[in-house]
Ligand binder design. Structure first.
Ligand SMILES: *Cc1c(COP(=O)(O)O)cnc(C)c1O
Length: 341
C-alpha cells in the first residue's frame, strides 16, 4: 500500500526503535526523566523560547495553550478553517470553556485588520478576547505557509491589545524548510507554540509546546490534570529527539514529491488542484471525473493507494517519509488508469 492519507502514518525507523530501547529514563512527573528533559531543552532552544514541554499529542498541546491563557467565558479568535476549530471535537469549548470567533482567511491567512476588528472592546455585554490562534502550515488550506510578515503584524496588534497569540505549528517545520526561515523566527511572533513530532518528523508519539517559563510551569499542571503526566516517557522522547536531529531537512523530500504529484495531477483530465502546493499536502478537486470522492477513494484503495476524502469533491494526499519518488510515479499512473476506465 502507498499510504498518502496523512504524514501521521509513518512508522518509527529502526534507529528510533533502538533509541527507545537504549533511552535513559526516570519519572517525568518528578521531572527526572533525562531523555524527556533533553528533548524539552532542545526544542526550547530551537524555538527560541524559555521552556518547552513534551505532551501526548498536538491536540493536547493546543488545549493546554488555551487552558493556561484563557478563562471560561473568554473568546478565542481563529481562522475559519483552523484545525482547532474543525478537528478537535470542540475541545477548547469543552475544557477551557471558551467560545470561538472565526475569521475567514485566504489560504489560511487572516487579514490583520480583521483580527483587530474582532478583538472585543470593554463592554458589559461582551466576552473578553482571551487568545488569538494561528496555524502554520495551514492544513485545510493545503499545507499553505503563513507568511512571517502576516504573523508579525498580527502579533503587534495582539500585543497592543494585551491578547496572547498561540501558534498551532503542527507542521511548523514544514513551513521552515519550505521558506528557509528558521522556526525560531516564526516562534518570535507568538507567545506559545505547539508542533508535532509525530507527523512529517517521523516520531511515533508526541508534540511539544513552548513558551515562557511561567507558561510552561502552568502548562505542566494542566498536562497532569488532563492525564498527560507520563512516567518513564524517555522511551517516547528518544525518537522525538532523533526526529529533531535527523528528520528536519528530510522534509524537503516530501515537498519535492508533493510537487511532482501536483504537477502530474495538473496534466490529468478531470483533476484540478485546489491550490498551489507549497509543502507536503495536495488537495485535488475530482468533480471533472464525475466520480464521487468515496468512489474515487475506494478505487484508489483497490489499486493499492490510500488517500482521504477532504470535503465535497476534494481528496487530500499527504507525502511522507514512507513514500518514495517511484511510489509517486506509480500513483500518477494508477490515477490515470482509473480515470481512463
Ligand atoms: C495534526 C494536527 C493537530 C493535532 O495533532 P494530533 O497529534 O493529531 O492531536 C493540530 N493542528 C494541526 C494543524 C494538525 O495538522
Amino acid at each position: 500500500m502507498i499510504d498518502l492519507r496523512s504524514d501521521t502514518v509513518t512508522k518509527p525507523s529502526e534507529k528510533m526503535r533502538k533509541a527507545m530501547y537504549d533511552a535513559e529514563v526516570g519519572d517525568d512527573v518528578y521531572e527526572e526523566d533525562p531523555t524527556v528533559n533533553k528533548l524539552e531543552e532542545r526544542a526550547a532552544e530551537m524555538l527560541g523560547k524559555e521552556k518547552a514541554l513534551f505532551v501526548t499529542s498536538g491536540t493536547q498541546g493546543n488545549q493546554i495553550a488555551a487552558l493556561v491563557q484563557c478563562k471560561p467565558s473568554d473568546e478565542v479568535i481563529l481562522e475559519s478553517n483552523a484545525h482547532i476549530f474543525l478537528y478537535e471535537g470542540a475541545a477548547i469549548s469543552a475544557f477551557a470553556g471558551v467560545q470561538t470567533r472565526v475569521i475567514q482567511g485566504e489560504r489560511g491567512v487572516m487579514k490583520p485588520e480583521d483580527v483587530e476588528a474582532a478583538i472585543r472592546e470593554d463592554d458589559i455585554h461582551f466576552p473578553e478576547t482571551g487568545l488569538i490562534c494561528l496555524e502554520n502550515t495551514h492544513n485545510k488550506a493545503g499545507g499553505a505557509v503563513i507568511p512571517l510578515e502576516n504573523m508579525k503584524e498580527i502579533y503587534h496588534i495582539a500585543q497592543k491589545h494585551h491578547v496572547p497569540v498561540h501558534l498551532d505549528g503542527a507542521r511548523l517545520f514544514n513551513a521552515s524548510v519550505a521558506t528557509g526561515i528558521p522556526v525560531k523566527k516564526y516562534a518570535e511572533y507568538v507567545d506559545t507554540v505547539q508542533f508535532c513530532l509525530s507527523k512529517g518528523l517521523g516520531a511515533p508519539v508526541g508534540s511539544i509546546i513552548a513558551g515562557s517559563a511561567e507558561f510552561i510551569a502552568r502548562a505542566r499542571k494542566w498536562r497532569k490534570r488532563l492525564g498527560g503526566g507520563l512516567r518513564q516517557s524517555g522511551v517516547l522522547a528518544a525518537p522525538g529527539l532523533l526526529a529533531l536531529q535527523e528528520n528536519v531537512e528530510r522534509l524537503t523530500e516530501d515537498h519535492e514529491n508533493a510537487k511532482v504529484l501536483a504537477d502530474g495531477f495538473s496534466t490529468i483530465n478531470g483533476l484540478t488542484l485546489e491550490s498551489v502546493v507549497e509543502t507536503n499536502i495536495i488537495i485535488v478537486n475530482i468533480a471533472g471525473t464525475h466520480m464521487t470522492t468515496d468512489q474515487f477513494v475506494s478505487e484508489l484503495k483497490e489499486n493499492g493507494v490510500l488517500a482521504g476524502a477532504f470535503g465535497a469533491d476534494t481528496i487530500r494526499f499527504v507525502t511522507n517519509n514512507g513514500v518514495t519518488k517511484e511510489d509517486i510515479d506509480n500513483v500518477l499512473k494508477i490515477i490515470q488508469n482509473i480515470i481512463n476506465a
